[in-house]
Design a protein around this ligand. Structure first.
Ligand code: NAD
Ligand code: IPM
Ligand code: MN
Length: 347
């Protein structure tokens, strides 16, 4: 294509800071002749507090028309009473993931030269987590009875459909088959969450017969956290449910140089709706407005976006520029803008 029509939701806190740098990297990386058209949407906690709007259906329709969405981070101060009940997280972020059927939440991690891992001897770490994005305990299926009383019961039901599990597991196998090590690990808690666990394992076993070149294994999620710290190099592709994937990918980010480097894609592989690319991190109220945020996660999310919209060479250039910057990183702290400029210099 010779046109890239992008929706941008910069969001709250450090969101606009990192997105500002990432969009400039995108402009610099796009192949000659590709026209970038961007539309900014104001959604986030700040917009909600000003206008009362979280994300209405007409905005959803407008967003659906873009080729892809780039999102910074949304969410305000956790202590703000006006934002309680996940009004932004559920009403905006999850609404987008569900409405646009982002069933593949792709979160890669790699330790590359220059990245300082808190692990003394991590080995060759290069894995991807394929986190299910539309089901599990995130669906909002539950409720509270006798709220606020000593007899309160609060339920969150994890929904796992054969359809939903199979499509994400097949995607994970496809990704594993395309990687050198061709290994897939299912992470679940099938010794306790037996209903969903049986389904996930059965689907993995069934789909495995279509991918004889891919080896598989299984880990309970608690044991998986041990290996993330003691032997992360064992992982190639991990497939897991929405909540386990959320937790594991913050841990993955921490071992692979920090949350400031972790990129993600909320992908609808069918192309029926635009996919959405965003750093794994949130709005970081503790450092917002201080130009301290590392924009690298947002920049690497742009690389995932470029790959998805059919510009793999531009994506590879962005990744290469980031890797050069990481390799040359000293210990002197740099501002958000300095990191962005250094990456663009490498491009
Ligand atoms: P967070 O990721 O915002 O921050 C966790 C810690 O990591 C903080 O100490 C922060 O300063 C640091 N950090 C995050 N990004 C960084 C960066 N680019 N460079 C350097 N340091 C960075 O998580 P949180 O504090 O749990 O959440 C804050 C808000 O963001 C909440 O409202 C939460 O719901 C929301 N949130 C949004 C998203 C999203 O929009 N995708 C993701 C996670 C959290
Ligand atoms: C993430 C975030 C979101 C999630 C929240 C903010 C809804 O933590 O993108 O990892 O749990 O998926
Ligand atoms: Mn998370």
């Amino acid at each position: 294509t010779d046109r890239l029509d992008l929706a941008i939701i910069a969001g709250d806190g450090i969101g606009p800071e990192v997105i500002g740098e990432a969009v400039q990297v995108l402009e610099a990386a796009l192949p000659d002749g590709v026209e970038l058209v961007t539309t900014e949407y104001p959604f986030g906690a700040g917009h909600y507090l000003e206008t009362g709007e979280v994300l209405d259906d007409s905005s959803l329709e407008a967003l659906a028309k873009h080729d892809a969405i780039l999102l910074g981070a949304v969410g305000g101060d956790p202590a703000d009473e006006r934002l309680k009940g996940g009004i932004i997280e559920r009403g905006l972020l999850l609404k987008l993931r569900f409405a646009f059927d982002h069933f593949v939440n792709l979160r890669p991690s790699a330790i590359v030269p220059g990245v300082s891992s808190p692990l003394a001897d991590p080995g060759e770490v290069d894995f991807i987590v394929v986190r299910e994005g539309t089901e599990g305990p995130y669906v909002g299926n539950g409720g509270v009875v006798r709220a606020g009383t000593p007899a309160e019961i609060a339920n969150e039901l994890s929904v796992n459909t054969a359809f939903g599990v199979e499509r994400v597991v097949r995607d994970a196998f496809t990704r594993a088959a395309a990687r050198p090590r061709k290994h897939l690990t299912l992470v679940h808690k099938k010794n306790v969450l037996v209903n969903a666990g049986v389904l996930w394992q059965r689907v993995v076993d069934e789909v495995a017969t279509e991918f004889p070149e891919v080896t598989t294994d299984y880990l309970h999620v608690d044991a998986a956290t041990i290996f993330f710290v003691t032997d992360p190099a064992r992982f190639d592709v991990i497939v897991t449910d929405n909540l386990f994937g959320d937790i594991l990918t913050d841990l993955a980010a921490a071992i692979a140089g920090g949350i400031g480097l972790a990129a993600s894609g909320n992908i609808n592989p069918t192309g029926a709706y635009p996919s959405m690319f965003e750093p794994v991190h949130g709005s970081a109220p503790d450092i917002a407005g201080q130009a301290k945020a590392d924009p690298t996660a947002a920049v690497l999310s742009v690389a995932l976006l470029l790959e998805h919209v059919g510009h793999p060479e531009a994506a590879a250039r962005v990744v290469a520029a980031v890797r050069e910057d990481l390799a040359a990183r000293g210990t002197t702290p740099r501002s958000t803008g300095e990191v962005g400029a250094a990456i663009r210099e490498r491009l």
